[in-house]
Ligand binder design. Structure first.
Ligand code: SAH
Length: 343
């Protein structure tokens, strides 16, 4: 069955036509789902009872149930575990920044990219998330918080470009004037570097920010950290990012997780500088969050600053990501895993 919350207004109009309903019903339904953010057809009070009944029987309607919420006493960061209708669980995070409330959403249940430092990929991929399931993470967090969310990062569990079609539809829905009406400029999508999909996204000429998880400037080193690096070389990957910038005018963001003794040496910083020299980009340094199942360690603060200084000396804009919600469960995917193994 089709998921009502994943359909555009035009698609809802098609559905209404097929049901012999007037077209304005589509706008009403869209408003209930994305304006008022109700849980399903039963709440759509301005629809005839018979139509509500048909919608209930012939369509799915994504709605996430909050299973767990942790609130950081240090900085107000909130971590959520949501249950999907099929019983799978996903995690999302709310971060309070000066410029607004930011939600980090998951794009898949699990992940099949296999990055060595990441907890989300340990059990592989269960399934893709529907557009409605990506939206719902934001809707339920806004409801819980009682405040608006202004920025979205697609940096939670999953590889968004491995679920590109649903991601694009999610972008269409979240930016729709009759829905949340968010600007694409307030959305960042992070990828481990699926080159053909980066090129495809570039062709879409959207105004979202693309973040590439680079983590190493040399092929061999990157391959030891991320299996995807066996498929696409660093040079091809960065060339695709250059194309993204030239087609969209959006400055690239490069993520670099610092792992002690693996990719955090002075020569690594020089390699990274040489790779990105002269590009209009920003480097986000993320001291790695160690996960129980792997042996990667995080470098100390001074070492991260030293790495940053080398980049800056070479004219590369770089910041060290501030750790948020350190007092609640840490690295990506860990909360969901803990939740799953408790059951
Ligand atoms: N699949 C996408 C988005 C999800 S991961 C991607 O790879 O970009 C989001 C970011 O968190 C990536 O940069 C990823 O490399 C990083 N990350 C994952 N696990 C981490 C950990 N344990 N410590 C620090 N960064 C981590």
């Amino acid at each position: 069955m089709k998921d009502l919350r994943s359909l555009t207004i035009e698609e809802l109009q098609e559905e209404m036509k097929a049901l012999g309903q007037p077209a304005f019903r589509a706008v009403q339904i869209f408003d209930w789902l994305h304006g008022k953010k109700v849980s399903g057809p039963d709440a759509m009070r301005n629809l005839p009872l018979s139509l509500r009944e048909t919608l209930r029987q012939s369509y799915d309607c994504t709605y996430l149930r909050m299973e767990l919420r942790l609130i950081s006493k240090e900085d107000g960061t909130r971590k959520y575990v949501f249950e999907l209708q099929d019983g799978n669980v996903i995690e999302s995070v709310l971060m309070k920044y000066d410029y607004g409330n930011t939600v980090c959403i998951s794009s898949q249940v699990g992940c099949r990219m296999g990055c060595r430092f990441c907890a989300s990929t340990l059990d592989g991929l269960a399934r893709d998330l529907l557009p409605g399931e990506m939206l719902e993470q934001i809707y339920r967090i806004e409801e819980d918080l009682g405040e608006k969310v202004s920025h979205i990062v697609v940096m939670g569990t999953g590889e968004p470009l491995d679920n590109l079609e649903n991601l694009l539809r999610f972008l269409d829905l979240i930016t729709h004037p009759k829905g949340k009406n968010l600007s694409e400029r307030n959305i960042t999508v992070s990828t481990c570097g699926l080159v053909p999909q980066i090129r495809k996204l570039a062709q879409e000429k959207r105004q979202i920010t693309l973040a590439l998880s680079l983590h190493a400037a040399r092929d061999e080193l990157r391959q030891s950290m991320m299996p995807v690096a066996h498929r696409y070389s660093v040079a091809e990957t960065v060339a695709a990012c250059d194309e993204y910038f030239s087609l969209t005018g959006r400055r690239m963001s490069y993520e670099y997780s610092l792992v002690k003794g693996v990719n955090d040496g002075d020569s690594d910083a020089e390699d990274l500088s040489a790779l990105l020299k002269g590009k209009n980009c920003h480097v986000n340094l993320i001291p790695v969050n160690p996960i129980r199942e792997r042996d990667y360690q995080t470098p100390d603060r001074e070492h991260a600053v030293r790495f940053q200084k080398i980049l800056e000396k070479n004219g590369i804009n770089a910041t060290i990501r501030r750790k948020m919600g350190a007092d609640i469960e840490s690295a990506c995917g860990q909360l969901r895993r803990r939740f799953k193994t408790q059951e």
